[in-house]
Ligand binder design. Structure first.
Ligand code: G6P
Length: 610
């Protein structure tokens, strides 16, 4: 959340930073700003609104500056406004700071600074950093020292970049809890909260670790701890397909990512699923295989859509591998003093690999001796680096704020883990082969489904003015109901609730009347008859029924007003297919309501604050 970009080198810095901000806009988009050093002075330009606003402001005067930092904001402290936009400056406009995270003790620090004469312009937590560095610069040897001392006084989280016109050829960056990646060019350096902002310029990157500070000049980069001890940073090669961060002819990233799913599901299985042999190879789990197989319990932890994936994973792993599974919200898990031991295995599920609560849950699990493993999309992200192993989902960059392809890839990886465990726990290769072949057929089925899903648009125009929606499912499709409701809320702003279909009788049934659309997940699996009974209960109360059902199901047409057809598959893999019409429904309803689906209000792609 919040995007950070910086450049120091020999080229015009402003266009590089603005282009980087455009790539990062999915991380936060309520206000935006840049600061450059030109003619020996710090010059900041900032505004409420999206990156396009700043593009217009700098169009006339891009300046010759070869040092620039930029920020796109997702507000925590202080409403989105010109003055609250980053960068924040000290009293005399010598120092500029961009920051991602939260300074928790900012009010105490601010009071002290105000008492000693500092003048604040904004109501953000970040501005204290600029003034604190200004204050400490009076007594310290230079910018690096002042930033170090300032950060030692700060409680909270930060990814921060600082420039000063007193040291115009230096960028100082530091990290505690919010990611920063440094790109190495020829006599030039890039810095960003996310590699997608700099991948077009360089593939050679180093990642800052928590508690590290980097001093970057044209001559090189030095990394140190906040205690001033030098650290060694290796340079890694970034594998990045730039085409994957372009819209490629689609109106929105969300739609493009929905349509990428045949490919991304295939990529999640590639080289891992040996369907003909009934085997699954997961290299990132091999060294913990015995712990995993013998685990007292497996705990799946995540937030948002990743938590929904965890819920489906629980059904898959318990049914297929017969291993005991629990699912936890990362934010609850970390503060609940969970009882953990070396006999427990915790999987952290996260698209970004940077979600603050999921990261903290990983550290909690590690500190208590449990094995902490990642199911992560972003290569090189903090969870990927700090976990003891795991499985990448390989979905490629997901830019749409509402997660779509990452969800189905997470489910695919969870299905692989279920098969891997089942095999290790003794199911025959023949039984595994049947399931593996079914899994292997999913990309083709999803591809077909996407070709025949024109009906969803019709449905979207019929229901675009609904005020509420209910999503109901049973078994492994209950989390799909939750995910369908979340997608609709996120992008269309219609209130929606997901529920286990049988639980409807214990409350939500009171809401049903002729204005309530109810989406039922009704594939022909073991629970089909039960779901049909629930459909009748809603029908009897004149609710409007939309059913997601298999193509060969004729019975459903008699009881549902609308039917969205999905190919049939093995019940526990069904969620990978059944969620797709719900993603499309949310997308087309949002479009019909005129919402910017890639940047819906108040949301951020990567939630790096608690
Ligand atoms: C945010 C995003 C969601 C995502 C959740 C968890 O809320 O908007 O789409 O599911 O964070 O993110 P993660 O990167 O950990 O999967």
């Amino acid at each position: 959340m919040c995007g950070i970009v910086g450049y120091l080198g020999h080229r015009q810095a402003v266009p590089i930073v603005v282009a980087g901000l455009k790539r990062l806009e999915y991380r936060g988009y309520d206000s935006v700003g840049i600061a450059m050093i030109g003619d020996g002075k710090v010059k900041a330009i900032k505004t409420a609104g999206k990156v396009a606003e700043i593009e217009a402001l700098v169009a006339a005067d891009r300046g010759a500056a070869s040092v620039c930092i930029g920020h796109t904001r997702w507000a925590t402290h202080g409403e989105p406004s010109d003055v609250n936009a980053h960068p924040h400056l000290d009293c005399h406009n010598h120092i500029a700071v961009i920051h991602n995270g939260i300074i928790e003790n900012y009010s105490v620090l601010k009071k002290k600074l105000v008492d000693s004469g500092h003048f604040f312009r904004s109501s953000t937590d970040t501005e204290v950093l600029a003034h604190l560095i200004e204050e400490l610069s009076r007594w310290s040897k230079g910018l690096e020292e002042a930033v170090r001392q300032a950060l030692q006084q700060v409680q909270g989280t930060y990814g921060v970049v600082v420039i000063s016109d007193r040291e115009p050829d230096t960028l100082i960056a530091a990290r505690h809890g919010s990611p920063l990646v440094i790109g190495h060019g020829e006599g030039e350096y890039y810095i960003a909260s996310d590699a997608s902002a700099i991948a077009e310029h360089t593939r050679r990157v180093s990642y800052l670790d928590d508690g590290e500070l980097a001093v970057i000049t044209r001559q090189g980069m030095r990394a140190k701890t906040l205690g001033d001890v030098e650290t060694t940073k290796s340079i890694q090669e970034l594998a990045f397909d730039l085409a994957r961060i372009e819209r490629g002819g689609y109106d929105h990233f969300m739609l493009k990512e929905i349509y990428e799913q045949p490919e991304t599901i295939r990529d999640a299985m590639r080289g891992r699923l040996l369907a003909a042999d009934g085997e699954v190879k997961l290299g990132g789990l091999e060294h913990v295989r015995d712990r995993l197989v013998g685990a007292r319990r497996i705990i799946l932890v995540g937030c948002g859509t990743s938590w929904h994936a965890a819920l489906v994973g629980e059904y898959m792993i318990e049914h297929i591998a017969k291993s005991p599974v629990e699912v936890e919200y990362a934010s609850e898990f970390r503060y609940r003093s969970p009882v953990l031991s070396a006999n427990d295995v915790v999987f952290l599920i996260s698209q970004s690999g940077e979600t603050a609560d999921t990261l903290a849950a990983m550290r909690e699990a590690k500190s208590k001796g449990a094995a902490a493993l990642g199911i992560v999309n972003v290569v090189g992200s903090t969870i990927a680096r700090e976990s003891e192993g795991g499985v990448y989902i390989h979905a490629g960059p997901e830019i749409g704020v509402a997660s779509t392809k990452a969800f189905t890839s997470q489910l695919t990886v969870l299905a692989l883990i279920a098969l891997y465990l089942a095999r290790a726990r003794g199911i025959s290769s023949e039984d595994c082969r049947v399931l593996a072949q079914e899994l292997q057929s999913l990309p083709t089925k999803v591809s077909y489904l996407l070709q025949v899903s024109g009906r969803v648009k019709e449905l979207a125009s019929e229901f675009k003015d609904a005020r509420n929606f209910l999503y109901l499912g049973r078994g492994a499709n209950y989390p799909v109901a939750l995910e369908g409701a979340l997608k609709l809320k996120e992008v269309s702003y219609i209130h929606a609730e997901g529920y286990p279909a049988a639980e409807m009788k214990h409350g939500p049934i009171a809401l049903i009347d002729e204005n309530m659309p109810v989406v039922f997940l009704a594939p022909k699996d073991a629970l089909y008859d039960k779901v049909v009974n629930n459909i009748h209960e809603v029908r009897a109360r004149r609710g409007r029924i939309i059913a997601v059902a298999n193509e060969d199901d004729r019975e459903i047409e008699q009881i549902a007003e609308f039917v969205l057809r999905v190919p049939r598959t093995y019940g526990f893999f069904g969620p990978i297919i059944n969620v797709i019409p719900l993603q499309l429904l949310a997308y087309y309803i949002a479009i019909a309501r005129g919402v910017d689906v890639d940047q819906p209000r108040n949301l951020a792609k990567s939630v790096t604050v608690e």
